[in-house]
Design a protein around this ligand. Structure first.
Ligand SMILES: [Mn+2]
Length: 318
């Protein structure tokens, strides 16, 4: 039997579900949660969505129904866009669940849940869900199409990253035909920021550092930087999109000190496998876009990571 059919059959079996995703929810995690919520509601299930961190106020159907962590236990939990260990404060709830479902596209997810739908070839978890719902010809209305579209737009960087395939465009076209609104989605996710964010970006970009004639580019944002500007570090993950614009860059790295001595690292590459780099620092992700979080002094972390990235680039030299 087809894995997708088996997964859907299992989903239809129970009445109550908790849906969750990773820390610092992004468009793909939020979109996949909302789409799964919509699907299960249609099946008449009791569904609760919880997030381990605050979410942006994007114009997505049912986003107002997302709740902060509750300690209410659930027998059946659906984890989307990550493996269970990336759910932060939600992990204890998952460990107490009887049946767990996992849909994800991240490398290194070995599918440890009761039911797993893992496809690392897909651009977004929302792509996997799109295909899943298509297998049963589920009626795609706006409530389902819009969040799926948002997730695909988010994880392809607005159809710009290397994961933007023919399949992605076909899905996006189909979702648009079913009500998704491209310009509002793009505006919400990429093009609406508070003034203080824009000013902080301007200040931050003056501090870009480079090596090997810009083949390696990085930016370091300290806890002090965030405090000074009154900016939440979790709102600045897109800064990496600006530093990776540097002409000639092959590896781009964003360091954010999200709390004293807690460093979140974002990696982007134009071709070199930086997933291995993220793995070395306890993280993961994809071949060309990955991340990690380490507990260490900022300066030491930058030194170690830049040294490791340098080795990668030197090894890459002809
Ligand atoms: Mn994703």
């Amino acid at each position: 039997m087809n894995n997708k059919v088996q997964f859907l059959q299992a989903l239809s079996r129970y009445d109550d579900y908790l849906i969750c995703s990773h820390t610092n929810p992004d468009a793909d995690s939020i979109g996949s949660m909302l789409a799964m919520y919509c699907y299960l509601e249609e099946l008449g299930k009791n569904v609760t969505m919880v997030v381990p961190d605050p979410i942006p106020d994007w114009p997505l159907p049912n986003i107002d129904k997302m709740r902060a962590l509750s300690d209410q236990e659930h027998d059946n939990i659906i984890i989307l866009d990550c493996e269970p260990k990336r759910t932060g404060s939600l992990l204890p709830l998952i460990e107490k669940a009887q049946i767990t479902f996992n849909v994800d596209h991240h490398k290194g997810n070995h599918g440890t849940c009761t039911y797993n739908l893992i496809d690392t070839e897909q651009a977004a978890t929302c792509m996997i869900l799109y295909q899943l719902f298509k297998t049963v010809n589920f009626d795609m209305d706006y409530d389902l199409a819009q969040p799926l579209y948002a997730g695909i737009v988010g994880d392809t960087g607005g159809f710009r990253h290397a994961n933007t395939t023919t399949e992605v465009f076909k899905a996006a076209a189909d979702l648009t035909a079913h009500g998704a609104v491209p310009h509002l989605t793009a505006e919400a996710i990429f093009a609406t920021k508070p003034l203080e964010w824009i000013r902080f970006l301007g200040d931050a970009l003056t501090k870009i550092e480079t090596k090997y004639e810009n083949r390696l580019v990085w930016l370091v944002l300290s806890d002090q930087d965030f405090q000074k500007h009154g900016i939440d570090p979790s709102q600045c993950d897109q800064f990496i999109d600006y530093i990776r614009m540097t002409a000639g860059s092959e590896i781009s790295i964003l360091f954010r000190e999200i709390a004293p001595d807690v460093i979140r690292i974002g990696f982007r590459s134009r071709g070199i496998n930086i997933h291995q780099l993220a793995l070395r620092f306890g993280g993961g992700g994809h071949l060309l876009a990955a991340g990690a979080q380490v507990n260490n002094r900022l300066a030491d972390t930058v030194e170690q990571v830049v040294a490791a990235a340098s080795k990668l680039l030197e090894g890459d030299r002809p």
